[in-house]
Ligand binder design. Structure first.
Ligand code: FAD
Length: 307
């Protein structure tokens, strides 16, 4: 069939998971349970978001450090440059390097609604941040990409040129903003390949458990909400269980459609919850595996930190 569901199972996908830093002890427990539940899927890496301007600087650092110290996972720290001077950024990067962290997701971030400014010695765009990171240490750097074009871009072409600049500055992977129409990703992927971009462009997958919230957020980040999605969630505001099932089905269909087109790498916006992700990955051919011996991790950050 069109989605390949009756075909022999493809090679399991390569996945990565995104978390946000917890704001209180209860959220911290939830995050930790989620990390432990997803760890046996052996993701390539897991990433932790950063509040633009530094609002989560310590919480992000602590979460990343704990993942590096306490799990088999390789963490990547998100870092945004808005509002920061170069010295701030260099210091934070040095702390990450000392904690054994070797991967940064480099972003511009957004100024808060009421304004905010970047110091004169700051970095204006993510491409500048990537170049700056590489002058501090040889981190692996991933960057953001926008299948439906970043809302502030002058044009789709200018936005793709910007992605190229980020890769030319030393980034080796692009993770996309979430989207709901697989075709928008596949077209973007094709355009990027035609423009000579050869690094992995990894679809960012957001299972929609809170539709109203996603609609609000999508308006800001330029993601289109297709009519069929609105119709699917119609009348489900008070039906949490059904919403969750629909969310899993929609994300699974989206991922299967991309797999059928040869996409092998997937980045999941987990919202610090494991259940949907475990189900979706299972349908994609990825099941939990026994955890390898930690000492056998060739690329494990050394020396290990112990709490
Ligand atoms: P850039 O690549 O710098 O691009 C920003 C805009 O400027 C684009 O429209 C681009 O086309 C344009 N542009 C670039 N260079 C120039 C130039 N020289 N002249 C004119 N225009 C230019 N936000 C957070 O706060 N914390 C996070 O942890 C976080 N994680 C994210 C993870 C992913 C995978 C994604 C997709 C987004 C994430 N964001 C995060 C959101 C991100 O910070 C916003 O989308 C932000 O508006 C743009 O960041 P960027 O790195 O894409 O910026």
């Amino acid at each position: 069939d069109a989605h390949g569901s009756t075909r022999a199972v493809e090679a399991p996908p390569r996945v990565s998971f995104e978390f946000f830093p917890p704001k209180n002890p209860q959220m911290e427990n939830q995050l930790w349970d989620t990390v432990k539940a997803l760890e046996p899927l052996l993701p390539q890496y897991v990433s932790v978001t950063y509040g633009a301007g530094g609002s989560t600087r310590d919480a992000t650092f602590e979460t990343v450090r704990r993942i590096a110290a306490k799990t088999h996972l390789r963490p990547a720290a998100h870092l945004t440059c808005v509002g920061h001077g170069r010295k701030d950024i260099a210091q934070l990067l040095e702390r990450y390097w000392e904690a054994g962290v070797r991967h940064i997701v480099a972003l511009r971030g957004d100024h808060p609604a009421g304004g905010g400014s970047t110091p004169p010695d700051g970095l204006a765009y993510a491409a500048d941040l990537v170049a700056f990171i590489k002058t501090v240490a040889d981190f692996e750097v991933s960057v953001a990409a926008y299948p439906e074009t970043h809302p502030q871009a002058q044009s789709a072409e200018a936005d793709l040129d910007n992605l190229k600049r980020k890769l030319d500055a030393g980034a080796t992977r692009a993770i996309t903003q979430y989207f709901f129409d697989p075709t928008s990703f596949l077209r973007f992927h094709e355009r990027a390949r035609r423009a000579g971009i050869s690094v992995p462009i990894v679809p960012g997958i957001l299972p929609v458990t809170n539709f109203a919230q996603v609609v609000r957020f999508s308006a800001m980040c330029g993601t289109a909400i297709p009519d069929w999605l609105t119709e699917l969630f119609e009348g489900l505001d008070d039906e949490q269980d059904t919403r969750k099932l629909i969310a899993a089905m929609v994300a699974t269909e989206q991922c299967r459609a991309l797999q059928a087109e040869g996409i092998t790498d997937f980045h999941f916006y987990t919202l610090n919850r494991a259940d949907l992700i475990l189900g979706i990955c299972r349908r994609m051919g990825l099941k939990p595996a026994p955890l390898p011996d930690r000492d056998g991790f060739a690329e494990a950050p050394a020396p290990m930190q112990r709490d």
